[in-house]
Design a binder for this molecule. Structure first.
Ligand code: C5P
Length: 397
């Protein structure tokens, strides 16, 4: 099945590359989309071919790059491409293509095919700051947004001219995140509001030290991404250091368990589901110091007190999903957690095994339901675990 994190598999994406210095990044985009299983055909404007060759893109995608309305491909280029596209992505998009699209022009292959397609269009502008900030460009971008095009805002930084400012092509990862968001809008979780927590909380000892844990935040992050890719409205409550893009998600960065509780309590008020993938501290220092604790050769006693249990504290009419990372008696402990925390679904995993759990990209989980049924899964990538979990959650909805 192609959902969530493997949603690009089998999708036909027309990648338009236009004449910006960032055209070389089109190769990276083409490569990442292709490696994710998409069938990518690159359409290049004439100026784009001055920056990067069609051969490069053909070698990466395995498909003929199309550079003109008149190129021999065995079809009517703009119509064939427009009809087979699941999505048209233009990255980088120059001020010129943006203006021509906003004006409804049909004066080259790319503009014709955008006019002819019924599929979603994502546009990632890249140009010099002055051109990007020009009122005309702003109006053109606004017009494209009103016509349903998705615009991936350029970033700030060093430009080809040596100047610094806004206009750099957005990060490739962010562009691909936007593609997934747009492709998944009508997925099986469309309209569902899902709150996901990720990462390990940090309990302050003094202004520079904290008590933390080994959670990388990958599991929660993969779940948030997969839910976004399936159309859910995702609110991600996370500790620092996310492993990737969060396009389309609302992100709340917190540190301590108490902050997570306050944020989650607010967010679940109108949520359909809470997925507590975060590794929340069980204890915190009773009295964190306001200045740095001085080094000493004597032992230090730190009194730890329990932190509130978030799942137990937040109530409401939403699906409640908890995690149980155990080193022994996996099922027994997971069931106990389900009862104590009033959960609909528990994702249990044995963190004593090698290659799974904390810090790893893989996990071996057992899903446990309220009605006592269980489902065992083999070791798999966390991105795959996220999809399986969301399949089950979609079923419970
Ligand atoms: O009790 P334990 O920490 O093993 O339970 C794990 C589950 O409970 C996870 O889903 C975790 O996010 C959640 N939890 C919580 N508040 C805490 C500790 C854990 O919601 N203070």
């Amino acid at each position: 099945m192609t959902s969530g994190n493997n949603m690009l598999e089998g999708k036909t994406i027309i990648l338009g590359i236009t004449g910006s210095i960032a055209a070389f990044k089109g190769a990276d985009i083409a490569s990442k989309l292709t490696r994710a299983g998409a069938n990518v055909t690159v359409v290049m404007t004439e100026p784009a071919c001055r920056f990067i060759t069609p051969l490069t893109l053909e070698s990466i995608t395995g498909n003929q790059a199309v550079t003109s309305l008149w190129q021999e491909t065995g079809g009517i280029n703009h119509i064939t491409l427009a009809e087979k596209a699941d999505m048209v992505l233009i990255a980088p998009a120059t001020a010129s293509i943006i203006a021509r699209l906003a004006g409804g022009f049909a004066d080259d292959l790319l503009s014709c095919l955008v006019l002819a397609t019924k599929s979603p269009v994502v546009i990632a502008p890249a140009m010099h700051t002055a051109m990007y900030e020009n009122k005309l460009t702003g109006q053109n971008i606004q017009k494209l947004k009103e016509c349903g095009f998705m615009i991936v805002e350029p970033g700030e930084g060093r430009l080809a001219s040596g100047a610094y400012g806004k206009g750099r092509l957005a990060d490739v990862e962010v562009i691909i995140g936007a593609v997934k968001l747009k492709l998944g809008v009508n997925g099986d979780l469309a309209g569902k509001k899902i709150v996901v927590t990720a990462g390990g909380t940090r309990e302050s000892l003094d202004p520079v030290r904290y008590i933390g844990n080994r959670s990388s935040g990958k599991t929660g992050y993969e779940i948030a991404q997969a839910a976004r890719n399936r159309g859910a409205c995702v609110k991600l409550v996370t500790t620092a250091g996310l492993p990737g893009e969060t396009v389309g998600m609302e992100v709340f960065e917190i540190e301590a368990a108490q902050d997570m509780l306050v944020t989650v309590r607010e967010l679940v008020k109108d949520a359909d589901c809470l997925i507590m993938a975060a590794a929340v501290a069980d204890f915190k220092p009773e009295k964190p110091l306001s200045s740095k604790m001085k080094k000493s050769d004597r032992a230090v006693n730190i009194k730890l007190i329990p932190v509130p249990d978030i799942l137990s504290e937040v109530k409401g009419k939403f699906l409640r999903v908890g995690f149980a990372a155990e080193t022994e008696n996996l099922e027994y402990n997971a069931r106990l957690k389900m009862k104590n925390k009033d959960l609909d679904l528990v994702v249990a995993n044995d963190v004593s095994g090698k290659g799974a759990g904390f810090g790893s990209d893989y996990n071996k989980v057992t899903l446990i339901y309220r009605d006592q049924t269980t489902k065992d899964y083999p070791l798999m990538a966390k991105s795959h675990v996220a999809d399986i979990l969301l399949d089950e959650i979609a079923g419970l909805f």
